[in-house]
Design a protein around this ligand. Structure first.
Ligand code: NAD
Length: 415
């Protein structure tokens, strides 16, 4: 039996909307049905490129034939109202991040998604990134201890963000924690397997200009500390990012805001050493993200330096282990050169997850609860930074708690 293809209608034909359409074109079970933007000079060429009608906004899109999924790629402050309207009209929604610019609006969308028959996926692309999936898997399988510390340092580019761009205006973007930080608050939630309880933050303004650098430290249950720094101050070629996980006896270092490369170093015992040596043989299974197409150059390598240390017990934070062997593992998707490819495949996998869920395949990974939690943390961080007092702010909205690191994988899915 052939499953009917679902039609996707895009609202917002700016730079990322165009990118999303290119990424999902040709996805099995999906076709592009229409595009919409009040600015005809954006809608028309994009519609022509994909051979579909160009409309002037969401209302026209909802009136059009054959639009089963509404993809929202408009500025952040518009997302909540449009997502609610599309869900009420019986459509599925693929919503660009952030889900909303306030916690209240994000909760409204979450409530509507819970009530509605439609599926909502937030484009938290990191949830569909193979490097992060492998690290989550290694934590779930106990090869890596749950992180006790998360750090993300983001030297991001502002090269294409002119002074009049909506990005700098919190009314439209929600501010840096909301507009961009949500990706990493959500990734931390997946990697740590918990939601933070409180946050403290600082915002720094460029001389005579907007806030362009922010830092937040969020405390997760069990005293796990997560630090998030975003600095939109660089030329494209000088962008650099590091995500670091401290697992106690092991460390993970992931580079690229779209992760393309990671190194893991670990001190292990005899049995763990054997398990690490088996990892490259599980390469295909570990790197598989349903809906994403590997380019073929990905690799996982593991070197175990046997007896690199002595056999006397090693102790840290009261935990004692016999760990004489040193592991060096590399997860390589091709490095920074492959960022555009990996990025597009993550968007494709997110839409594949929506298709899978829309056809009864269970909740998507980046669902409305993820979207709400990320916005709630981002808003608490924004509030904390605004006080200028370094006070901790308690994070209010508490969606259903996760069951542990493994559940964030939400296996399955897949066109
Ligand atoms: N997931 C990611 O990795 C990622 C990356 C970049 C951007 N984004 C998100 O994508 C969204 C769009 O960003 P962008 O850089 O493409 O912005 P953009 O300014 O280039 O494009 C926005 C488009 O939306 C249109 N628009 C505005 N209001 C509208 C409305 N009410 N109805 C219909 N169209 C409307 C504008 O005319 C414009 O064409 C933002 O939410 C941004 O955060 C996500």
């Amino acid at each position: 039996m052939t499953v009917p293809s679902l039609g996707l209608g895009l609202v917002g034909c700016g730079s990322f909307g165009a990118y999303v359409l290119d990424a999902v074109a040709g996805l099995p079970g999906l076709h592009i049905a229409a595009v919409a933007d009040p600015e005809p000079s954006r809608a028309k060429p994009l519609g022509d490129r994909h051979g579909v009608v160009a409309l002037d906004g969401l209302d026209a899109l909802l009136d059009a034939e054959g639009v089963d999924i509404v993809a929202l790629a408009t500025p952040p402050a518009t997302h909540a109202e449009m997502a609610v309207a599309a869900l009420r009209a019986g459509r599925h929604v693929f919503c660009e991040k952030p889900l909303a610019t306030t916690t209240e609006d994000a909760a409204r969308v979450r409530d509507e998604a819970d009530r509605s028959a439609g599926t909502l996926v937030v484009d938290h692309v990191l949830r569909y990134n193979p490097v992060l999936r492998v690290v989550q898997r290694l934590i779930a399988e106990g090869l890596l201890d749950a992180p006790r510390r998360f750090l993300f340092e983001n030297d991001a580019a502002d090269q294409d963000l002119g002074p009049d761009h909506w990005f700098w205006d919190p009314e439209h973007s929600g501010g840096i924690f909301v507009e961009h930080g949500v990706h990493f608050f959500d990734a931390a939630r997946a990697l740590l397997g918990s939601e933070p309880e409180s946050v403290r933050a600082t915002a720094v303004r460029r001389p005579g200009g907007p806030v362009d650098m922010v830092i937040a430290d969020a405390v997760h249950p069990g005293g796990v500390l997560a630090t998030h720094l975003h600095s939109f101050t660089h030329a494209h070629r000088c962008e650099r990012q590091l995500m670091r996980l401290d697992h106690g006896f092991a460390e993970t270092r992931i580079t690229g805001w779209i992760p393309t490369y990671a190194t893991i170093t670990a001190w292990v015992g005899d049995q763990e050493a054997e398990r690490w040596e088996q990892l490259p043989g599980r390469f295909g299974e570990l790197l598989n993200v349903p809906g994403a197409r590997p380019h073929g150059g990905e690799r996982i390598t593991v070197t175990v330096h046997r007896d690199a240390g002595d056999t006397r017990p090693a102790r840290g934070r009261g935990v004692e282990r016999t760990v004489p062997h040193r592991v060096e593992a590399v997860i390589d998707l091709g490095g920074e050169m492959r960022k555009p490819y990996v990025y597009a495949q993550s968007v494709r996998a997110a839409v594949a997850d929506l298709l899978h869920s829309a056809r009864g395949g269970g909740a998507p990974v980046a669902d409305a609860h993820s979207g709400l939690t990320a916005v709630a943390v981002a808003r608490a961080a924004t509030l904390a930074a605004g006080t200028g007092t370094q006070q901790r702010v308690t994070i209010p909205a508490r969606p259903a708690p996760l069951q542990g690191p493994a559940c964030a994988l939400a296996e399955g899915s897949g066109a």
